[in-house]
Design a protein around this ligand. Structure first.
Ligand SMILES: Cc1cc2nc3c(=O)[nH]c(=O)nc-3n(C[C@H](O)[C@H](O)[C@H](O)COP(=O)(O)OP(=O)(O)OC[C@H]3O[C@@H](n4cnc5c(N)ncnc54)[C@H](O)[C@@H]3O)c2cc1C
Length: 536
C-alpha cells in the first residue's frame, strides 16, 4: 500500500460504489487530501457495477443515467462523453425520466471509434399479465380492452366508482391507500401481488403514509392508475397534464453498462494518485472520543488485518455495520440500527438461442423472438420473477454474440430465504422454468446462465426506520465521519443522489466539518421522491 506524502491529510473511504468513487475523485480534484478507498468486492461500482459473464455483461437492475442535477449530468459526460451520432449537436434533446426532464446539451462528443462512451436510449417497457403484453404506460385502448376483456374492465370501473363513494377511514395501511384510490378490484388485479413481491410484506402491514410518500413512484401503479382512473377524472385535474410529460423517456447509458462509468472513474482516480484497494473490507473503526482516528481493514484474499490512520472517514457501508463498529454506549442506538429493514435482490442471467414470439399488433419482436423492451414487468401471480431485463436492448455491446438473447430475470427476496439459498445451478433452472411456464421461452433454448446476489439492495422504510432520526443524531456527533450513499445513509437513492451526497461531504471536509445537515437534505424533497421509480 502506497503511503501518502509526508504531512498530507488522509480520507479513508469505505466502498467503491458511485458514492465512494465520487468522493475520492472530488477530493483529488478539489483538495490536497489523499483518498484511500477500500472496497470489499473484487470490482468497483457497488450495486451499479457491470458483471461480465463469459463476455456477456449484466447490469444488476437496469441503470438509467438521468439526473435533475446539471452537475451530475455534466460530471457523467466528462467521464464518458456521448457517442458521436447519438444526438444532433445542433438540436439539444430533452431527456425525460419519470416526469422530470433535463435538456441534454452534450459537453463533448466522443470520437467515432471510442468505446468509452454513453448512448442515448429511449425507454420501452411493458407489463406482462394474463400471458399478454400491456402497453406501458397503460392506455385504455382497444388492445387493453382486448387483453383485459370488456367485462373485467367494467368490473374494475365499478369497483373504482364504489371506492370513490365509500372511502376506508381512517386510512391506516397501504391496502387502504390503494383501495381508496383505485378500488378493490384494481388493487387485487395489479398492485397487491407486485407490491408484496417487491417488499416481501403484506400490504396491510405497510403504512398508508409510506404509500403516500413512495408508492406513487412505482411506475406500474402510476401507469395503471392513471389509465384506469382517467375516464372518471374531471378535465380540470392537473395531475393528468403532469403525466403527459413523462410519456417518452430517454436516458443515458454507458456502452458497456453502468460499471463502465465507475471503472473509468477508478482508472482516473488511481492515475491521479488516489489509492484504491479491492477485496479489502473495513472491519473496525478506531476513535478517540468523537474523532475517528483510523480504520481496521482486512485483505479478503490473505485474511490479514491492518490498521490505517485517517483524518476523515467517509462511509458508504450499511448504517447497520457502521453503527456496530462505532460501539455506541447504551443499547438504544445499536438496537435500532441492527433492526433497520432491507430487501435483497437476485438476478439470473440467461443466454438464449431464441424466445417464443409474441403476437403483438403494435410491436414487432425480432427474428429470434426477442421482445423490443428494455425491461418487462412480470405481473403474473403464479411466478416469483418480478422483472425481466432484455440486455440487448440496453446496449448491443453488452452481448457477445448478437444472434443470442441475453436476459436478466430479477427476483426480490430476503437474504437466506428459499430463493437466496438455492445453489446457482438450481436457481438458473428455476428461473428458466418460470419463463417457460409463462410462455416466453423453451428451456431447451437456454445456452448459459449465471446468478448474482445483491444483499441489502433496497434500504426499506418500515419498522425500526421510524427511529432513524436517533441514529442520524448519533452519527452527527462525530466530527470527521461522513456517512453517504444508498446504504450509507439508509436512503432509497439513485446514483445521482449518492453522488450529490458524496460531493456535499467533500464540501464539508473542506469547510472543516461544517454544514453536515446539507448531506442529509439530499433526496428528501417530495419532487425527488417521485424520481425514484420502478423500485430502483
Ligand atoms: C434493481 C436496481 C435498479 C436500479 N436502477 C437505477 C437506475 O436506473 N438509475 C440509477 O441512477 N440508480 C439505480 N439504482 C440505484 C443505484 O444502484 C444506487 O443508487 C447506487 O449504486 C448507490 O451507490 P452507493 O455508492 O451509495 O452504494 P453501493 O452501490 O451499494 O456501493 C457501496 C459499496 O460499498 C462496499 N462496501 C460495503 N461495506 C463495505 C466495507 N465494510 N468495506 C469496504 N467496502 C464495503 C460495497 O461492496 C459496495 O461496493 C438501482 C438499484 C437497484 C437495486
Amino acid at each position: 500500500m502506497q503511503s501518502p506524502a509526508e504531512g498530507k491529510k488522509v480520507a479513508v473511504i469505505a466502498g467503491a460504489g458511485p458514492a465512494g468513487l465520487t468522493a475520492a475523485l472530488e477530493l483529488l480534484r478539489r483538495s490536497d487530501i489523499t483518498p484511500i478507498v477500500f472496497e470489499n468486492d473484487s470490482q468497483v461500482g457497488g450495486i451499479s457495477k457491470t458483471v461480465n459473464h463469459r463476455g456477456n455483461r449484466m447490469d444488476l437492475g437496469g441503470h438509467r443515467f438521468f439526473s435533475k442535477s446539471d452537475w451530475v449530468m455534466r460530471w457523467w459526460q466528462e467521464i464518458l462523453p456521448i457517442a458521436a451520432g447519438e444526438i444532433d449537436p445542433q438540436r439539444p434533446v430533452r431527456i425525460n425520466y419519470q416526469g422530470k426532464s433535463n435538456e441534454l446539451t452534450p459537453s463533448a462528443f466522443a470520437a467515432n471509434s471510442s468505446d468509452a462512451v454513453m448512448l442515448v436510449r429511449q425507454r420501452l417497457s411493458r407489463i406482462f399479465y394474463r400471458r399478454r403484453y400491456f402497453d406501458y404506460p397503460l392506455k385504455l385502448n382497444a388492445s387493453t380492452l382486448r387483453n383485459m376483456g370488456l367485462v373485467e374492465t367494467l368490473r374494475i370501473g365499478l369497483s373504482y366508482g364504489q371506492a370513490q363513494l365509500s372511502h376506508r377511514s381512517p386510512e391506516i395501511s397501504l391496502e387502504d391507500f390503494f383501495v381508496n384510490r383505485f378500488g378493490d378490484r384494481l388493487y387485487r388485479t395489479f398492485f397487491k401481488d407486485y407490491t408484496e413481491k417487491v417488499w416481501g410484506v403484506p400490504c396491510q402491514e405497510i403504512s398508508a403514509e409510506w404509500g403516500a410518500q413512495r408508492i406513487k413512484g412505482l411506475s406500474v401503479t402510476k401507469a395503471i392508475a392513471h389509465a384506469v382512473a382517467s375516464p372518471f377524472r374531471s378535465d380540470t385535474d392537473t395531475s393528468q397534464k403532469q403525466t403527459e410529460t413523462s410519456l417518452i423517456e430517454r436516458f443515458l447509458y454507458p456502452k458497456y453498462g453502468p460499471g463502465q462509468m465507475w471503472e473509468e472513474v477508478a482508472r482516473r482516480l488511481t492515475a491521479m494518485g488516489g489509492n484504491l484497494h479491492l477485496c479489502h473490507r473495513v472491519i473496525g473503526l478506531e476513535r478517540r472520543g468523537v474523532d475517528i482516528t483510523g480504520v481496521v481493514v482486512r485483505d479478503n484474499r490473505s485474511g490479514t488485518a491492518r490498521h490505517i490512520p485517517c483524518d476523515h472517514f467517509i462511509s458508504t457501508m450499511p448504517v447497520r455495520d457502521l453503527t456496530r463498529m462505532l460501539e455506541p454506549d447504551g443499547a438504544g442506538i445499536i438496537e435500532i440500527a441492527q433492526k433497520l429493514p432491507y430487501r435483497d435482490f437476485m438476478t439470473a442471467g440467461l443466454l438464449l438461442k431464441k424466445m417464443r414470439s409474441e403476437n403483438p399488433r403494435s410491436y414487432r419482436s425480432s427474428k429470434n423472438g426477442m421482445p423490443p423492451d428494455n425491461w418487462i414487468y412480470i405481473q403474473e401471480p403464479d411466478v416469483k420473477i418480478g422483472r425481466l431485463q432484455v440486455f440487448n436492448n440496453w446496449s448491443p455491446a453488452l452481448v457477445l454474440d448478437p444472434n443470442t438473447i441475453w436476459l436478466g430475470l430479477e427476483y426480490f427476496c430476503r437474504e437466506g430465504d428459499e430463493l437466496w439459498s438455492m445453489t446457482d445451478g438450481r436457481f438458473i433452472d428455476f428461473a428458466a422454468r418460470e419463463l417457460e411456464k409463462i410462455g416466453m421461452v423453451d428451456r431447451s433454448d437456454v445456452l448459459d446462465g449465471t446468478v448474482v446476489r445483491v444483499p441489502k439492495a433496497y434500504p426499506a422504510y418500515f419498522g425500526e426506520y421510524r427511529e432513524f432520526d436517533k441514529i442520524r443524531a448519533y452519527l452527527d456527533t462525530f466530527t470527521n465521519l461522513y456517512p453517504v450513499g444508498r446504504n450509507g445513509m439508509h436512503r432509497y437513492n439513485n446514483q445521482d443522489h449518492s453522488m450529490l451526497a458524496a460531493n456535499c461531504a467533500v464540501d464539508c471536509i473542506m469547510k472543516a466539518g461544517r454544514g453536515k445537515s446539507a448531506i442529509w437534505d439530499i433526496n428528501t424533497d417530495e419532487d425527488y421522491h417521485e424520481e425514484v421509480d420502478d423500485v430502483a
